[in-house]
Ligand binder design. Structure first.
Ligand SMILES: [Zn+2]
Ligand SMILES: [Zn+2]
Length: 255
């Protein structure tokens, strides 16, 4: 599960070409501009921009932070430990992805779910995680946040990952307020133990569905990973309930 290699890079580009084709098919009925370079008519992100912007990089096997080539796990994961077996991120949370994710969830524009999920699914090792998972759980929003936004972007992404039969939308539940991206950003710079303390009790399992994770390999899906505290809090709850493995698939990773 090491981050990248030259070989990985060419297969990533091949998969991206497929993404561009699939995205074009899905959106052919609605010609539009590429959201990045404004080529027109194009799919939501044109083929040239996908190939230019989806460059592979070496990432820590368990938190997906960028690491030098040959490094398998980052220092923080080695020192602090992590409840995640594997973590894959498709892109960096930077231009243009940060803007596109914002359009997806804050405008909000749910039509971004399919093309962004296609990019997520094409990331190195993503398909391996999808194939190996018994169940797929999107990171839930709190009830307040869901009411405010109208949809859960993580669930929308998960629905388009091509493994709908494994998707369980209501097993993992979020309690209390917010804990959205603003909250995650506020956690940057805090020690891991403190971040986890802040999120303790943020997740619980639906009482009637908790058995669904026992002895199962669980794959968590989210749009953006910042400190990892959210995914760790969810993974801790799942491990406590007897999940045999917990991994994560995220669209974008902050640096
Ligand atoms: Zn373009
Ligand atoms: Zn790491």
């Amino acid at each position: 599960m090491q981050g990248t290699s030259k070989r990985g890079n060419s297969s990533w580009l091949r998969r991206l070409a497929n993404v561009a084709d699939r995205t074009a098919c899905a959106l052919r009925a609605v010609p539009s501009q590429c959201a990045v370079c404004h080529a027109w008519p194009a799919q939501r992100i044109c083929h040239d921009c996908l190939v230019r912007l989806c460059t592979t990089r070496s990432r820590c096997r368990t938190c997906a932070i960028a690491v030098p080539a040959e490094v398998v796990q980052c220092g923080a994961c080695l020192v602090d430990g992590t409840p995640l077996d594997h973590c894959v991120a498709a892109v960096d949370y930077a231009f243009p992805w940060s803007q596109l994710v914002a359009q997806f969830k804050f405008q909000p524009d749910p039509a971004w779910a399919a093309p962004l999920a296609a990019i997520l699914r094409s990331a190195p090792h993503a398909q391996h995680l999808l194939d190996g998972a018994d169940i797929i759980l999107p990171i839930p929003l709190s009830r307040e946040r869901l009411a405010e936004r109208g949809f859960n972007q993580a669930l929308q992404l998960a629905r388009h990952l091509g493994a709908r039969h494994k998707l369980h939308a209501h097993v993992l539940q979020r309690v209390g307020h917010g804990h959205g991206q603003a909250h995650a950003q506020a956690q940057v710079g805090l020690p891991r133990a403190q971040r986890l303390r802040n999120l303790r009790g943020a997740f619980l399992l639906h009482p009637a569905r908790a058995a669904a994770v026992h002895n199962r390999r669980v794959l968590l899906v989210d749009d953006v990973m910042t400190t990892g505290a959210t995914l760790h809090a969810a993974a801790d709850v799942l491990r406590h309930a007897g999940a045999s493995a917990v991994s994560a698939l995220v669209l974008a990773r902050t640096g």
